[in-house]
Write a protein that binds this ligand. Sequence first.
Ligand code: ASP
Length: 380
Amino acid sequence: MTQAMTSVRARKLAWTTVPGSTGLVRLAAGLFVMATIALAPVPVFAGDSEPTAVAGQGEALAQTPQVAASGPIAIAVHGGAGGVAREALSEERRVAVNAALRQALAVGHAVLADGGSSVDAVAATVVVLEESPYFNAGKGAVFNADGDNELDAAIMDGATRNAGAVAALRRVRNPVLLARAVMDESPHVFMIGSGAERFAREQGLELVNPRWFRTDDSWSRFQQARRQQAAIAQPLPDEAYYGTVGAVALDRNGHVAAATSTGGMTMKRYGRVGDVPVIGAGTWADADCAVSATGWGEFFIRTAAAHEICSRVRLAGQSLSEAADGVVMDEIPALGGSGGVIAIDSQGNLVMPYSSISMFRGSIDAGGTVRTAIWAEDES
Ligand code: ASP
């Protein structure tokens, strides 16, 4: 172990309140997240684009003296970019997807409103979406060419630039929690496959039978793709549905964070790793800017998309909106790719550009307004 690794390890261990009990701490954190999901208020669904206010949030915080910092809070989620035409999505599924996005937003926002960190908020938010069968992450993940699920995830804390990433998981129920454990409880940034799963077990994270990830919907999409002989080497059909999930958040201390989780792309080759766990490609956070991406991952890797957006803000003086549009609407399509991002800055600005037909997305802005949308016209 190098000296740098030793000091990182020492600092990380110092955060663990009970030495030697990291597994229990991790298990407790997982249970806390599950309890938070169960207890979080779900804002009443009011249509894709209708804003609704978070009741009493400002007053509640004003009466909570133990919350030291008092900056604005904001959060955004995505449930994947893709080619979902309005007529191809049943009303039942549209309502269910929007309810899941709102539930995820409510959980993450509750963490922020309680004075929690942006990194805690994005982790809790992504767990909700991994647990939902409607997205390509955790339960509901797409299948590779062998008919297996291989899951990737990452998380990054902008305040410290600590990051954790995992790839090619087959048994970890909540990949984002393992990415978090890699960040907090190891000297590493990126762990893959069986070694990562061994670490998950050591950390007390839940491992499941691989069949747990399978849903009727994801399996039938796989069968259809197999019939069409769709392969990652060929251009994706317009109706491709990516479905990755992600979150970005700003906490009361002005710190931003990002997390992303995915099953990758249907019919990907065994062992293929996309952009999601590649820090700087599908997931990035620094002192002022955080990005979570979704789309055709190879193009997000080749453009270092998430890092490129934040670099344009930091070094080229572009607004968050200009920077995100430049990468998502120009640079990636110019190479033949497509997809979208959610991005936030330390002032609470939120942008969610995408070049595909649809992107499941939602936000609670600094004013407390809740929005969800799937297509462009949902915002008009
Ligand atoms: N970006 C993901 C990947 O290429 C797919 C997605 O966004 O749905 O693995």
